[in-house]
Design a protein. Structure first.
Length: 242
């Protein structure tokens, strides 16, 4: 056996899956394609910038680099996976550059960027023939993307701390807003003026708020609090920041 791995699924499939031959190479590429396509569909369904094609390309490219490293190792007798390492580093650089801050001081693209890096690792794992590890990681990865956001939103909505993007009709109303926050049983931890809206005619802020009232903390969610604040006459717009 030219190349073998101690992988349960690989042993079950047989020597054709663990040997480094054409059947094994094509199977790993196909498996990488399918897993990346499923993850890409999940991202596309939520209208993220990096969707089906991007995830497939990243996964397939990393699978190919791992296969190339294995081939060069067999041909040259070395075990340095330099091309694979460079591929992961390249994906990391690209994904870091795709993280953006919106005009409302919110981070955009963080989950997608980490997801692209993770699918690169998934592609490398598949290319190396660690099928069991790759499938376990794929299931955990997909569940994290599709199921955990609901639980994460629940935890955030019940947290004692949250941040809001606030647009006031006039800067003179800021003191009124602060007074209202205190009367409701909350306190302001930080206020930052948003310079992106200086010429809009509005007074715009990013505000960190802590809930100090036990009753408010127990019976009201962030959504309910923000809906109540939105009814104030001088508030043009308010929303929770992610």
């Amino acid at each position: 056996m030219v190349f073998s791995v101690m992988d349960p699924l690989g042993r079950w499939l047989g020597a054709w899956a663990t040997d480094f031959g054409w059947s094994s190479v094509l199977f790993r590429m196909a498996l990488s394609f399918v897993m990346a396509a499923v993850i890409g569909c999940e991202r596309s369904s939520k209208r993220h910038a990096a969707g089906l094609r991007t995830f497939i390309i990243v996964s397939m490219a990393c699978t190919m680099t791992m296969l190339l490293d294995i081939y060069l190792g067999i041909s040259g007798g070395h075990t340095y996976y330099l091309i694979s390492a460079a591929a992961v580093a390249g994906v990391a650089v690209i994904t870091c550059n795709s993280i953006l801050f919106s005009s409302r001081s919110q981070i955009r693209g963080l989950t997608t960027s980490v997801g692209l890096w993770a699918v690169a690792v998934l592609g490398l794992t598949t290319g190396a023939g660690f099928y069991t590890m790759a499938l376990i990681f794929f299931v955990v990865f997909l569940c994290s993307l599709s199921l955990l956001p609901h639980f994460e939103s629940f935890l955030k909505n019940r947290s004692n701390h949250f941040e809001v993007h606030l647009e006031l009709k006039n800067i003179a109303y800021l003191q009124d807003f602060v007074t209202t926050i205190r009367e409701l049983g909350m306190k302001i931890d930080d206020i930052e003026s948003n310079t992106a809206y200086h010429n809009s005619g509005l007074s715009v802020y990013s505000i960190s708020i802590s809930i100090s009232s036990e009753e408010l903390r127990k019976y009201k969610t962030h959504t309910q609090i923000i809906e109540a604040l939105a009814t104030l006459d001088y508030v043009y717009h308010i929303e929770e920041m992610n």
